[in-house]
Design a binder for this molecule. Structure first.
Ligand code: PEP
Length: 248
């Protein structure tokens, strides 16, 4: 079988951070660089969307599982699409924890996003206690299988996966390249049991304390196709270094 070339992707998740000046700083920094070898996505808080030029690829940090209606504070996939949003982070561990998003709720959000032709960045990953208990692979399998059950394996060709171990998010404690590769390979093999083509082509990002200084080693792993970047995506120079570290 031909080895697929997966174009790298680096997405910056600003979370509830950033301000108007950062929009300009980030845009200027990225515009000056040669980033033809990868896709770069910025996921800012919603109010900043309109401040970005149309040349920037934007992602949302959340989407409602409902299409419309009495859901105060929620934003629909159609609204995101209307404003030029292309990607949406779904199932981030902070939302799973803070907003009690279950695997089923995450699966519904993926389905809603796909219906509106948004590309979900589906986050999965274990806590330290789950890893220590030896249930890591069962846990991740359940997170992925809930989405397969909802949308079907074929639809995974229209989404991106992000492996984000919770113990590495915002802690400065990055997974080692070998730890990341082990889980990415497991995910790809798990998907391959259902659809080899989808598994070979899907992008699997790593997220968890990625910085300019450790990105290259992580991204050089066979099954790591880029990163979902939190803290370092607020520093234009560090974020650019991470983008430049993506496989050429
Ligand atoms: C994240 O929130 O998705 C993330 C990976 O954060 P950080 O890079 O800060 O660990």
């Amino acid at each position: 079988m031909e080895v697929p070339t997966r174009r790298p992707l680096v997405a910056g998740n600003w979370k509830m951070n950033g301000d108007k000046p950062l929009v300009d700083l980030m845009q200027n920094r990225l515009e000056q660089a040669d980033l033809k070898h990868l896709d770069v996505v910025i996921c800012p808080p919603f109010p900043y969307f309109g401040l970005f030029k149309s040349t920037m690829t934007l992602g949302a940090q959340n989407v409602s599982s409902f299409d419309s209606g009495a859901h105060t504070g929620e934003i629909s996939a159609k609204m995101l699409q209307e404003f030029g949003c292309r990607y949406v982070i779904v199932g981030h561990s902070e939302r799973r924890a803070d907003n009690h998003e279950s695997n089923q709720e995450v699966a519904l959000k993926v389905a809603t996003a796909l219906n509106m032709k948004l590309m979900p960045i589906l986050c999965v990953g274990e806590s330290e206690s789950i890893r220590d208990s030896g249930k890591l692979f069962d846990y991740i399998t359940a997170q992925i299988d809930a989405v397969i059950k909802q949308v079907g394996i074929a639809k995974f060709s229209d989404l991106v996966l992000a492996y984000e171990p919770i113990w590495a998010i915002g802690t400065g404690k990055t997974a080692s390249p070998a730890q990341a590769q082990e889980v990415h390979q497991f995910i790809r093999e798990h998907l391959a049991k259902k659809n080899a083509d989808v598994a070979a082509n899907i992008k699997i990002l790593y997220g968890g304390s990625v910085k300019g200084s450790n990105a290259q080693e992580l991204f050089s792993q066979k099954d790591v196709d880029g990163g979902l970047i939190g803290g370092a995506s607020l520093d234009p120079q560090d974020f650019l270094s991470i983008c430049l570290a993506a496989k050429q």
